[in-house]
Design a protein around this ligand. Structure first.
Ligand code: ZN
Length: 513
């Protein structure tokens, strides 16, 4: 039985409401076998566990570990050659991406996440070629990487069964291309195809294989409305209900997706999902930039969660999500770094600040704009609720896993911070990753003073550098040629896709952020 007591200058156990963090000055937390037994003063914890190992952090704030609720890949698209196009063009620009061993790739972004205080990630995997065995092998490498570094991961393989490149049937799109190019694209898209039943089999197999794992759990992910049929959405909902696991689904990321839903269903995407009966607290809608007031109302009434991907929405020209309305309606909103943040990395501290700043609309009322406790709750408790770990993470309180980040106040605020600013407000607005001195996951110290305790970061990065220094393989060259050839046709497909609205562009958001 491993018992540990961590004590810090401030222990932030969670958030009470959007203006009030729960802070214990000189607070301590006692954990047994990775699960929190109690919180309070150091003396009180010592009475409960006289033989526990005690570690003290006298200059630090201890916060619940952050949850990156929407993540896909290790190396960033920019690193691999895709600039920040509008989402629909960016899909085409991703075709040429180089292939890197997924174990190394997953570690690459796990290093960045943990170093910025992330302890749990929602890994939405997908877009793999090669069929069931190849995809199962890829999933296993991703999960192995997280277990090796000691990070918690809620894993899902995104179900895509149609409209794989544009918002149109694959065959119809390929048929409109020059014959030779259409054939090449057809073959490329088919290589990613898998029978729907195999997506369910994959979930079952991975669930069985991860049953005894503490760090990795499996959930479901219909990738987006255009990628799934209504029948599959209903089946996935039934599966998630029977297995009691959450689902994460991209939705309404762009104005083009809003228009796609209107063309397919004659209503909004959210109303359609509601009518299918697939909305519930088990469902998280990623992005949700283009929700209407009624959509938000439906999400509130059904307890449907949202994941706010602020950096991604800026980078891929998706628009600004109506976060302030989400908050007013009481939605559970997690936050995700998606492919990468605005610094092209996975710096959650930076993302907290971006969310804090991006929704500061003109006006004078405090309640109209995000607060620090609100954003912290998004990055911890609410994020946790969108994962398969639910209420077992997200706060530092009895019964939950000890997943915590220790931020050095002196490093963050040197040479001065006026005490009239609340501690959490100063910390969230000023702490950079160099102030993250320790990260605990499952009660274990996985990152301390810039070093990972279970794996040699430098060795992994050098291996990645060596592998990618090699020239492109013939397969990679062929894919690069395909991506470049297809790109203008994808752009042409969306020409005139959005309806004209007199006097106001379809994508105008000025009245709703
Ligand atoms: Zn995504």
């Amino acid at each position: 039985m491993a018992e540990i007591i961590l004590q810090a200058r401030w222990l932030v156990t969670g958030v009470q409401d959007r203006h009030t963090p729960i802070v214990i000055d000189d607070g301590a937390v006692l954990a047994r076998d990775g699960v929190i037994v109690s919180t309070g003063t150091l003396d009180a914890m010592k009475i409960l566990a006289p033989t526990a190992e005690v570690r003290t952090y006298p200059n630090h704030a201890m916060l619940p570990g952050f949850v990156n609720s929407h993540h896909h890949v290790g190396m960033t698209p920019l690193q691999l050659g895709s600039p920040d196009y509008a989402l629909e063009l960016w899909f085409a620009s991703r075709i040429p991406a180089r292939r890197l061993d997924l174990y190394l790739d997953t570690l690459y972004s796990a290093f960045e996440m943990i170093a910025s205080g992330v302890t749990t990630v929602q890994h939405i995997h997908g877009w793999m070629a090669g069929g069931y065995d190849a995809i199962h092998g890829a999933a296993t490498k991703v999960l192995d990487a997280y277990r090796t570094i000691g990070m918690r991961a809620s894993y899902c393989y995104a179900v895509r069964e149609q409209n794989r490149l544009v918002y149109e049937d694959d065959e119809a799109f390929c048929a409109r291309l020059p014959t030779e190019l259409g054939d090449r694209l057809r073959a490329h898209l088919k290589s990613q195809a898998m029978p729907f039943s195999d997506f369910l089999n994959l979930f079952d197999q991975l669930t069985t294989e991860n049953r005894d794992q503490r760090l990795t759990r499996i959930q479901l992910a219909p990738a987006n409305l255009h990628w799934c049929s209504d029948e599959s959405l209903v089946t996935l909902h039934e599966k998630s209900t029977a297995a009691n696991v959450p689902m994460h689904m991209h939705l309404l990321e762009t104005a083009y997706q809003k228009e796609y839903a209107r063309r397919r269903t004659g209503k909004t995407a959210v109303r359609h999902l509601y009518d299918l009966g697939v909305l519930s607290p088990r469902m998280t809608l990623g992005h949700s930039v283009w929700m209407t007031e009624e959509d938000i109302e439906i999400a509130a009434q059904t307890g449907t969660c949202v994941c706010h991907n602020c950096s991604s929405n800026f980078r891929l020209r998706s628009g600004v999500a109506p976060l302030n309305t989400f908050e007013k309606k009481g939605l559970t909103v997690g936050m995700g770094l998606d492919e990468a943040g605005i610094n092209d990395d996975r710096d959650m501290l930076q993302e907290l600040r971006l969310v804090l700043r991006a929704h500061r609309v003109p006006g004078m009322e405090d309640d109209d704009v995000p607060s620090c406790p609100q954003v912290l709750r998004m990055a911890t408790e609410h994020g946790g609720l969108t994962t398969a770990f639910g209420k077992e993470i997200g706060r530092l309180e009895e019964g939950r896993f000890l997943d915590a980040v220790l931020i050095n106040w002196n490093t963050a605020t040197f040479p001065y911070q006026d005490a009239d600013i609340p501690m959490l407000d100063a910390l969230m607005q000023r702490a950079k990753t160099n102030a993250v001195d320790a990260v605990y996951i499952d009660g274990e110290l996985v990152y301390a003073d810039g070093r990972f305790t279970k794996i040699d970061r430098d060795a992994v990065l050098n291996e990645i550098a060596d592998l990618l220094a090699r020239p492109r393989t013939p397969e990679e060259i062929a894919r690069r040629d395909l991506g470049r050839a297809v790109f203008p046709h994808v752009k042409a497909f969306y020409d005139g896709y959005l309806p004209e609205e007199p006097g106001r562009p379809f994508y105008d958001q000025s009245s709703r952020i």
